[in-house]
Design a protein around this ligand. Structure first.
Ligand SMILES: Cc1ncc(COP(=O)(O)O)c(C=O)c1O
Length: 318
């Protein structure tokens, strides 16, 4: 929310663009088209701005432009139609609900160049992807965003969110400025417990810790892929860094529409989640996982074995 508002304050433009299906929090504008359905999402060349919450004002929908993930041509054609009004393009480099597949470097470059050319900002949402590399997932790309949103793990388990970026843009929040374009405060601002816990967590989550956790996720993904192959069920795994997601689809989905579950896939996913729960693993309803530093190979191997038994049951039609 703060990154979107800062973008508007800096550019004095009303609209934002975001990827169809991407989750960026509970701000009205951020949640537009977070969960559209085939009957509401419209044409892929002109995706509809679909409300998530009953009662979302039409004005909010009108100020959010929806682009498809990893589809540079279509995305640019859509952005071009709103070029003078867009404060920012909001992008998660590996959006969980879009399929947890890393963005293609070309897609990111094209969006970055478009934003620069058109006086719009590029805002990267690294609220969950920051864990992927010591410098965030963006360090794997040849990209410099104008703003980055981070949160979750940077609080070491305590509630926190932060926006960082180009000083010229951050200046809109400067409380010492003669005229503050974006005055900001709130219950969670400057919380000493969150910032202390976050500082310690960030000191401990050094390059070695990131590499160790990523290697564990790699082990999990390879193990789950092998279990899928052995069982022969139509499923696959996507992810990167220390996160992964299991799809009830034979091929990794490339965007939100491809990752959308058919009723039959939904039944199989629910059965797998229930099986995992019975085995002692609670997974989010998308069947995604984010590993944490206390984990070791032992927990990962137990997780993979539980998935394996789940796929076997599925193959046997149990
Ligand atoms: C990718 C992503 N972006 C944004 C958010 C929202 O963060 P906050 O609740 O701090 O606004 C979340 C939180 O779940 C998230 O996962």
């Amino acid at each position: 929310m703060v990154a979107i508002k800062a973008s508007r304050a800096f550019t004095n433009r009303p609209k934002i663009a975001k990827v169809e299906g991407a989750y960026h929090g509970v701000y009205d504008y951020a949640e537009v088209s977070q969960a559209p359905r085939p009957e509401t999402w419209g044409s892929i060349d002109r995706p509809e701005s679909v409300p998530l919450v009953h009662g979302t004002p039409a004005s909010a929908l009108g100020d959010v432009v929806i682009i498809p993930f990893n589809d540079p041509e279509r995305a640019i054609a859509i952005l071009d139609r709103h070029a003078d009004d867009l404060a920012c393009v909001l992008l998660d480099l590996m959006p969980h609900r879009v399929g947890l597949k890393p963005a293609d470097p070309d897609f990111v470059t094209v969006i970055r160049e478009w934003a620069t050319r058109n006086g719009s900002l590029l805002v990267l949402d690294e609220v969950i992807t920051f864990r992927t590399e010591h410098g965030g997932l963006q360090s794997r790309y040849d990209v410099t965003p104008d703003l980055t949103a981070i949160g979750k793990m940077i609080g070491g388990g305590f509630p926190v969110g932060a926006v960082v970026g180009r000083s010229e843009v951050m200046e809109v929040l400067n409380p010492r400025a003669k005229r503050v374009l974006f005055p900001h405060s709130g219950t969670f601002s400057a919380n000493p417990i969150s910032t202390t816990a976050g500082l310690v967590a960030m000191e401990l989550f050094d390059e070695a810790a990131v590499a160790r956790l990523n290697a564990l996720a790699d082990r999990a993904m390879k193990g789950i892929e092998a279990a899928i192959a052995e069982s022969g069920v139509p499923a696959c795994v996507t992810g990167g860094g220390s996160m992964f997601r299991v799809h009830m689809k034979p091929q990794p989905p490339r965007n939100f529409r491809e990752s959308y579950l058919t009723p039959e896939e939904n039944i199989r996913l629910k059965a797998l989640l229930e099986h995992m729960f019975a085995e002692g693993f609670i997974l989010i309803n998308t069947c995604s996982a984010t590993l944490s530093t206390p984990m070791t190979e032992s927990e990962i191997d137990q997780l993979v074995a539980a998935f394996g038994r789940g796929f076997e049951k599925m193959a046997a039609g149990v």
